[in-house]
Design a protein around this ligand. Structure first.
Ligand code: NDP
Length: 303
């Protein structure tokens, strides 16, 4: 039975470290701060915005909420980013996507000052990451690596397979692994469609899954003794023993959050595994704070 990697415990450890560093900066008159940029009313983005605000409060960082109505023009959004670039209370800017269709991601992202780009969206920072010189590494991919490093996983020469090739998770986590001298492969939807997913995943000493598909990874796709990092977040219906949806007090189907990995099945075969919730997500939140802190130091010429 696998070691369950406790993301909440790792997140608490990182938070304690951030609080210590924040106090040192406070002595120099510096307070890190995060501004979120939300355009429209996307439910997931609103939830994430609230979480960032709460996390900033919990460590004494500034928090600036830029929530703009759906009809805001691209030019207006870009101007808000320019204001945040100049705002000394803001050390990091986090655009919450998806934006409404009339706003191009790149118009917004390319305007963010590279030393305030705390989730590594800007092409300059992605370039630094590709060169193996990241300053502000992307939060979820860094969370995957941080979780493994804190439980002593070795990367050099390890076979790492990433499932998913998004710009936000799959590609950057593969680069972070490659930068640590792992033998890194990326499987994606076309790998699955070609019937080759199992061929790759069963060779992985470390399997990082970021596909957004509940139950995609079952034990037959996992090597005995592998480390399994589940990035996926999916809402699924709770079913009773006969497979029927369990209803809540309002007569609606109850739901729960699961990852992309069939946790109960895979934990019997893996050496270590992250749960969902309580795994990567908890640490991602702390990596964002950590990047805001690093950004504040960079802007003060301390790093
Ligand atoms: P995307 O939807 O952007 O990317 C998913 C990737 O998985 C794509 O490359 C997709 O390919 C691929 N994919 C989809 N289905 C399969 C399949 N059957 N086999 C192999 N590959 C497949 O999502 P994100 O990368 O943004 O996020 C991935 C998951 O991680 C989501 O569940 C998201 O909610 C979660 N997440 C969790 C975070 C955390 O902090 N824990 C933070 C960010 C995301 P294609 O695009 O070609 O279809």
């Amino acid at each position: 039975m696998a070691e369950i990697i406790d993301g909440n415990a790792v997140a608490d450890e990182i938070k304690d470290e951030i609080v210590v560093e924040k106090k040192k900066l406070a002595d120099k008159g510096i307070t890190p701060g995060i501004a979120t940029l939300l355009v429209g009313d996307d439910f997931g983005s609103r939830m994430y915005r609230g979480q960032v605000e709460k996390n900033c409060e919990s460590v004494g960082f500034n928090y600036i909420d830029k929530s703009l109505p759906e009809e805001t023009t691209e030019e207006e959004v870009v101007n808000v980013v320019k204001e945040l670039n100049e705002d000394p209370k803001v050390s990091g800017i986090l655009p919450l996507r998806p934006f409404p269709g009339h706003i191009s991601d790149s118009a917004v992202i390319n305007t963010i000052r590279v030393d305030k780009d705390i989730d590594c969206f800007h092409p300059f920072n992605m370039g630094r990451l590709t060169l193996g010189e990241p300053t502000l590494a992307p939060c979820t991919p860094s969370a995957c690596i941080e979780l493994m490093e804190r439980v002593g996983v070795e990367f050099e020469g390890a076979e790492i397979v990433v499932v998913g090739h998004s710009n936000i998770v799959g590609k950057p986590v593969a680069l972070l692994a490659l930068n640590r001298n792992a033998t890194t492969s990326v499987a994606h939807i076309f790998t699955s469609q070609a019937g080759n997913l199992e061929k790759h995943t069963t060779g992985a000493d470390i399997l990082i899954v970021a596909a957004g598909k509940a139950g995609l990874i079952t034990s037959d796709l996992v090597k005995e003794g592998a480390v399994v990092i589940d990035v996926g977040i999916n809402r699924v219906k709770v079913l009773d023993e006969e497979g029927n949806p369990v209803l809540n007090d309002k007569g609606k189907p109850k739901t729960r959050t699961v990852g992309d990995v069939d946790f109960d099945d895979v934990k019997e075969k893996a050496k270590a595994i992250t749960p969902v919730p309580g795994g990567v997500g908890a640490v991602t939140n702390m990596m964002l704070l950590k990047n805001a802190l690093t950004a504040a130091k960079m802007q003060a010429g301390l790093e």
